[in-house]
Design a protein around this ligand. Structure first.
Ligand SMILES: [Zn+2]
Length: 84
């Protein structure tokens, strides 16, 4: 079974609107995330780092089961986790 509901973004600017300049350290565009496999529903979901930078928080897209992966000392190099 395949589930690839990709979000397609339409970035075409509205007429007359100037996009704001990108700050040098645009952390909003480089927000780290991990991929989590929710075994409860056998579904994958990207989970983004919390604003405090101390954990990755998210929830299962189907049953809303919440997960919380704390960021270890020096961060983690792992990009894939399993929950459930
Ligand atoms: Zn679930």
């Amino acid at each position: 079974m395949k589930d690839d509901r990709d979000y397609k973004l339409d970035l075409s600017p509205a007429s007359g609107v100037t996009p704001p300049p990108q700050p040098p350290a645009a952390q909003s565009t480089q927000r780290p995330f991990i991929s989590v496999h929710f075994t409860c529903c056998n579904v994958y979901q990207r989970i983004y780092r919390a604003p405090d930078g101390k954990s990755y928080r998210g929830q299962c897209p189907r049953c809303a089961r919440s997960v919380n992966f704390p960021v270890g000392q020096g961060g983690t190099s792992a990009r894939f986790f399993r929950a459930g």
